[in-house]
Write a protein that binds this ligand. Structure first.
Ligand SMILES: Cc1ncc(C[n+]2csc(CCOP(=O)(O)OP(=O)(O)O)c2C)c(N)n1
Ligand SMILES: [Mg+2]
Length: 355
């Protein structure tokens, strides 16, 4: 018989503020694990900050900034094994780096170059999903399939607050609950869907409350707290592996950067709230936690940051060294029997590109 657990109203938290709010800790994490988490946070932060610069320099196309979303991505991915599958949205475009994907691959994706499309089986990371929520049923189906094959693998799908209003989310969550798919539905609730605020998105008191309707446990966690995110995801993974089925995780944050490089949020966002969020951003929060615990020195911190910058420099050089793609690729696989006009279109495109 299924048991419907109520959503937990309070946000889980582990990291304190160095003052009135005490630091907690997560059982089972070694100092090496904690430094590994910090390394991953810095890698993603550096990727994101450099990408905004590369965009401004015209070296990559429109880019979905994930500044201050790193703790959600790193904390949750750390709770998975390599055999588990990740289904990212555009907001988690660089999550493959945590699985050893080269920086140049992700940069190439944002450059619109075909080498930016990897084989998902190489990393157990699905293609970056731009249509909102359509990857949720994919993740559920894959996880369910592994369950049918008695393979011990789980899947995680990342999506935003806005995605919970989509039909594909509803279909995926319904299926996950009924089939007890070993899947984690990870919602980055940054409280904005481009310019649509959370209160216009749903009348539900919390997004985790939605989970009840699918017979899925819903948990809420502070999305800026990498340790709380890790702990919540670890529990969800254990539940999935045990055969108890899916978990919905609502990780709460506030979008501190524009939706993407093409967006100007000044006309709709709460600037004061953004400033508060920037003060308390997730990488700095964990860095201070480690410094307080004596697990990180300022010297080591600077080394980790320098190394990440170097990885990015090499990555962009590698992406830019790639020869331009053949324009014919735009037309290939579009038709079984291409119309005669396609050859003219291609010739025109080649002329326009000066080739
Ligand atoms: C099916 C679909 N409808 C609309 C869009 C246009 N769109 C791109 S991002 C976005 C907002 C999504 O917000 P949310 O789910 O909260 O994710 P966030 O961008 O905040 O991470 C929309 C509506 C889309 N990409 N796909
Ligand atoms: Mg959002």
């Amino acid at each position: 018989m299924s048991q419907v657990l109520p959503a937990e109203g309070d946000l889980r938290r582990v990291i304190g503020d160095g003052e009135a709010l005490p630091d907690g800790e997560v059982e089972g994490l070694t100092p090496t694990d904690l430094l590994g988490l910090y390394h991953d946070l810095v890698l993603l932060r550096t990727y994101d900050e450099r990408s905004v610069v590369y965009h401004r320099q015209g070296r990559i196309g429109t880019y979905a900034i994930f500044w201050n979303h790193e703790a959600m991505q790193v904390g949750s991915a750390f709770a998975l094994e390599e055999r588990d599958w990740i289904f990212p949205s555009y907001r988690e475009s660089a999550i493959g780096l945590l699985r050893g994907m080269p920086v140049s691959t992700v940069l190439s994706w944002w450059r619109g170059h075909p080498v930016g499309w990897w084989n998902p089986e190489d990393y157990n990371v699905a293609s970056i999903c731009v249509p909102i929520a359509t990857h949720v049923p994919h993740a559920v189906g894959l996880a369910w399939g592994y369950r049918l094959k008695n393979e011990d693998r789980v899947a995680i799908a990342y999506f935003g607050d806005g995605a919970t209003s989509e039909g594909a989310f509803h279909e995926g969550a319904t299926f996950a609950g009924v089939m007890k798919a070993p899947v984690i539905l990870f919602c980055n609730n940054n409280q904005w869907a481009i310019s649509t605020p959370l209160e216009a998105q749903t009348a539900a008191p919390t997004l985790a409350d939605k989970a009840i309707g699918y017979g899925i446990p819903g948990v809420r966690v502070d999305g800026g707290d990498v340790l709380a995110v890790y702990e919540a995801t670890r529990e969800a993974v254990a539940r999935a592996r045990s055969g108890a089925g899916p978990t919905f995780i609502e990780a709460l944050t506030y979008r501190a950067a524009p939706h993407a490089t093409a967006d100007d949020p000044s006309s709709y966002i709460d600037a004061e709230r953004v400033e508060e969020e920037k003060e308390n951003e997730c990488v700095g929060r964990f860095e201070r936690y480690l410094l307080r615990a004596g697990l990180l020195t300022e010297e080591r911190r600077d080394e980790i940051k320098q190394a990440a910058l170097e990885v990015m420099r090499e990555g962009i050089a590698e992406a830019e060294a790639e020869p331009p793609a053949d324009p014919a690729l735009v037309f290939e696989h579009a038709y079984a029997d291409p119309p005669p006009s396609q050859a003219e279109d291609l010739a025109e495109l080649r002329r326009a590109l000066g080739g």
